[in-house]
Ligand binder design. Structure first.
Ligand code: ADP
Ligand code: ASP
Ligand code: MG
Length: 413
């Protein structure tokens, strides 16, 4: 028996017609003899709507109830998909996360998968079921509460199932026909890649390329899952789309493989904090406890024993950050002058394994941005990426300029 994991994202199951279309694609794989584990997302826009309802009801919501509400979109598509397949005489049933059960940590809103016992689904395959339709994005905590895996989490559900069931492949069907050098929606010259290395995909995903959730790439890398991204709207062959694979299996050698962006960033500056040992720990400790994902950090040169501390975090965590900092100040943990918040920033990053051996990528990046008059507010680098924080209104311009500057529209010779 060979198990294939297929995952259809929100746009690919946006209405009953699209569900029918996806089901036809599943039927092709079933006809080839695969037993299919089919992971589905909520219909396009559903999860956003549910998140909006939660925020409108309770701005600093209880994360357990957030998960109870936001996980529900996937239940609808899983049920509808199973019904569609049954209509096509394909034996199928739906599974919600807790029914599998997909066991996770209790970190609500961004839980990690701990285990996926395979017995229940394997038994059903043994009894003649051909497709297990699984609601993506959701699981169950040790306390028995429903959890979610973070936005875009159905990708991670899919890869985790592929690893647990030792699937022949994990096919991620989406609304673009593969992984591109940058988001094709904001750069017309973006080029589809036939292959991309796990490490580059990991960086691109964590820096905002939402085509795959970061954690899904981590899991695929660790468990050697054969991971492919392809379009749900085109006829497919076994070679279509983009294969995410080991570095050794790639011929291309551009210094930069791709450009990523993250739109919803905020920059927070604390002015007039004491420049003394332990100050960073006393500021970032309370932020971590409040669940704020701090990204870039800069500390200014100090004057008269005082300094400014700047950090970035997702826009929707600013309220949480502000509350945590105010409370810490009230408790006398540290003091500061002003809290200056800029919600209109974006992060743009260039990524490439080739940076390890090519010098001057940072200089080239800064030059390209300078030529477009884009001011850089914060910079961070690592071995294979360089990120800058800029005004959000220049984000698309910056992505396009960098795509040009690094010649990404053409494959490396
Ligand atoms: P799904 O609902 O199928 O999970 P997502 O919207 O989460 O789809 O991810 C697909 C989207 O990712 C594309 O529509 C595209 O706009 C965006 N994207 C961002 N960066 C890239 C990239 N480098 N390559 C392909 N798509 C990208
Ligand atoms: N529906 C969830 C989201 O929109 C999970 C997913 O689509 O991967 O984030
Ligand atoms: Mg997605």
């Amino acid at each position: 028996m060979s198990i294939l994991v297929m995952k259809f994202g929100g746009t690919s199951v946006a209405n009953v017609d699209r569900i029918a279309r996806a089901a036809k694609r599943v039927a092709v794989e079933v006809a080839k003899g695969h037993d299919v584990i089919l992971i589905v997302s909520a219909m396009a826009g559903e999860t956003n709507k549910l998140v909006g309802w939660v925020q409108d009801t309770s701005p600093l919501y209880d994360a357990r109830e957030y998960d109870a509400v936001t996980s529900s979109g996937e239940n609808v598509t899983a049920g509808l998909m199973a019904l569609r397949l049954q209509e096509m005489d394909i034996p199928a049933r739906s599974w919600q996360g807790w029914q599998v059960p997909l066991l996770t940590t209790s970190a609500h809103g961004s839980a990690r998968i701990e285990a996926i016992p395979t017995e229940n689904i394997l038994r059903k395959f043994g009894e003649g079921m051909r497709v297990a339709v699984v609601a993506g994005f959701q699981g169950i905590s040790p306390e028995g509460r429903i959890t979610t895996l973070g936005r875009g989490g159905s990708d991670t559900t899919a890869v985790a199932f592929a690893a647990a069931f030792d699937a022949v492949r994990c096919d991620i069907y989406t609304d673009v026909d593969g992984v591109y050098t940058t988001d094709p929606r904001i750069c017309g010259k973006a080029r589809k890649l036939d292959r991309i290395a796990f490490e580059e995909m990991l960086e691109l995903a964590s820096l905002g390329a939402k085509v795959l959730q970061t954690r899904s790439v981590e899991l695929a890398m660790r468990y050697k899952v054969k991971l492919r991204v392809l379009s749900s709207f085109e006829e497919q062959t076994d070679e279509a789309g983009t294969l995410v694979c080991d570095e050794e299996d790639i011929m291309e050698s551009n210094a930069v493989a791709g450009v990523a962006y993250s739109r919803d960033e905020a920059k927070v500056t604390l002015t007039g904090v004491a420049d003394r040992p332990g100050i960073a720990a006393s500021i970032f400790g309370p932020l971590a406890e409040a669940g704020v994902n701090v990204d870039m950090i800069v500390q200014n040169i100090s004057e008269h024993g005082q300094t400014d501390m700047t950090f970035s975090c997702p826009t929707d965590q600013v309220l949480r950050a502000q509350k945590a900092l105010d409370e810490a100040k009230d408790r006398g943990v540290f003091s500061y002058g002003d809290l200056v918040i800029d919600r209109d920033v974006a992060k743009v990053s260039v990524v490439g394994i080739g940076m390890r051996s090519h010098a001057g990528v940072a200089a080239q990046m800064f030059k390209a941005l300078a030529a477009e008059n884009v001011n850089i507010k914060v910079i961070t680098t690592s071995e294979i990426k360089i990120s800058v924080l800029i005004d959000r209104k220049y984000m698309e311009l910056a992505v396009q300029a960098l795509h040009d500057a690094f010649g990404l529209e053409k494959a490396a010779a």
